[in-house]
Design a protein around this ligand. Structure first.
Ligand SMILES: Cc1cc2nc3c(=O)[nH]c(=O)nc-3n(C[C@H](O)[C@H](O)[C@H](O)COP(=O)(O)OP(=O)(O)OC[C@H]3O[C@@H](n4cnc5c(N)ncnc54)[C@H](O)[C@@H]3O)c2cc1C
Length: 402
């Protein structure tokens, strides 16, 4: 059985005489490879797919939101219960350092209107190309189509390749195997069973930044599927989010839904029910909305009346007709109350594989402050495979890079 390391690890000898194996060529693994090579390790990267960074490239399809420009305190608060564990790393390599690092790879970034940071070209491919060139320059070797299947009795890492099984060892092993969504891009989450069998606690995957299913009527689907619902607030429990979302054939998706998705998902997991409250005209008080709706309608249809008095468009009006009982429609006070508190009952989150990211993964208590497995010294777990989550806005990639 061929053994890639330590006999034939990298294209140049390690200045510090040590070898590192990085498994998974997504942003977390590639950044680890860069830092280790910079520290003098001979680095070999193993990737199951035929090329690197497929999810990273996919993230760039709709504009690669690589980090966020808000003040660091607000930025750190986005990591919720995982903040304490991630903070020391994000303070060392945070939004400013990420932007400098991009510039060092020849990729300038800009701050969008919402404070999100993007490469000027919006895409991930120029950044990834420059990054892989830098890694090559640092002497890193990448073996593609090397799918890690676990450790053998001799404690070697075992890989399935088109040419059969190969094994490898190194002084340091980095696992950066990604979360459990978008399996076709390489992160299939199968590592969880391998780690559990090795006695490492992993929490089950949960969809994060995901859409939700709602039993819409055929009428609403025909009229509104694909339409945005703009300038609304969504409330679930204690959390309120302002923004927009999209009505899909199966339910709701889009930025405001993703922003509230962790709270809604957990409510649904705990109680079996998930309810969102929408405010369709958040800039008007209930009193103002009631007074406006009480104006004489004349010959106007209710839809026209809603548009003229409250500025509600056809999609918001269709949502009102979908949800509000008929008898409420002619009572201005009851109608205004419901428009500002429109209940949407969620059936369930969309399937895990469709989620932008996943919560769950290697439990924090398995890792020391440097992400090293406490019961497997020399092996580290990085990136989305660790059990933390964050909203969209560049926070996912930021923590993976940190
Ligand atoms: C559509 C979409 C858009 C997104 N947009 C953004 C965005 O704009 N901003 C943002 O911050 N985040 C975004 N994300 C999330 C972000 O892309 C991920 O959080 C990030 O890529 C995770 O990095 P990672 O290195 O931990 O894992 P991954 O990028 O998933 O990389 C893991 C690598 O490990 C490899 N691998 C897995 N198992 C094995 C194995 N057994 N053997 C060998 N190799 C293996 C995989 O093939 C993969 O290459 C988006 C995600 C999606 C799906």
């Amino acid at each position: 059985m061929p053994d890639h390391t330590p006999s034939t690890p990298a294209t140049r000898p390690a200045p510090n005489g040590k070898t590192a194996m990085v498994i998974g060529a997504g942003p977390a693994g590639l950044m680890a490879a860069e830092r280790l090579a910079g520290d003098g390790y001979a680095v070999t990267i193993y990737e199951g797919m035929p090329s690197a960074g497929r999810k990273f490239l996919m993230a760039g399809k709709s504009g690669l939101n690589i980090t966020h420009s808000e003040d660091l305190e607000t930025f750190l608060s986005r990591y919720g219960t995982s903040r304490a564990r991630l903070e020391p790393h994000l303070r060392k390599f945070g939004p400013d350092q990420i932007r400098e690092w991009c510039a060092g790879l020849g990729v300038e970034t800009f701050v969008g209107s919402s404070g999100r940071v993007f490469p000027t070209a919006m895409k991930a491919s120029p950044l990834l190309r420059a990054w892989l060139r830098r890694l090559e320059g640092l002497g890193c070797t990448i073996h593609y189509r090397h799918y890690w299947t676990g450790w053998n009795d001799a404690n070697q890492a075992v890989f399935k390749t088109p040419d059969g099984e190969v094994t490898a060892t190194a002084d340091i092993t980095i696992l950066a195997l990604g979360g459990g969504s978008w399996k076709r891009l390489g992160s299939d989450g199968k590592w969880m069973e391998i780690l559990r069998n090795a006695g490492i606690k992993c929490n089950p995957f949960k969809p994060a930044n995901c859409g939700f299913e709602i039993d819409w009527t055929d009428h609403l689907i025909d009229k509104c599927a694909g339409s945005p619902v703009k300038a609304v607030t969504l409330t679930c429990g204690d959390q309120t989010v302002r923004g927009e979302f999209v009505i899909s054939k199966t339910g709701i998706e889009g930025s405001a839904v993703y922003a509230i998705s962790a709270t809604l998902r957990d409510q649904w997991l705990e109680t079996g029910v998930g309810t969102l409250k929408l405010d369709l005209c958040p800039d008007r008080t209930l009193d103002d909305a009631t007074k406006r709706l009480a104006k004489p309608r004349g010959k106007n249809s209710l839809g026209n009346h809603l548009r003229k008095t409250l500025g509600l468009d056809a999609t918001k009006t269709a949502l009102i007709f979908e949800v509000i009982p008929r008898e409420t429609l002619n009572d201005p006070a009851a109608l205004a109350t419901t428009i500002k508190n429109l209940p949407l009952k969620i059936k369930k989150p969309r399937p895990l594989d469709e989620a932008i990211s996943t919560a769950g993964g290697v439990a924090w208590e398995e890792l020391d402050e440097n992400f090293q497995l406490i019961n497997r010294p020399g092996t580290y777990c990085l990136g989305e495979m660790v059990d933390w989550e964050a909203p969209t806005g560049g926070y996912l990639l930021s923590a993976c890079l940190a």
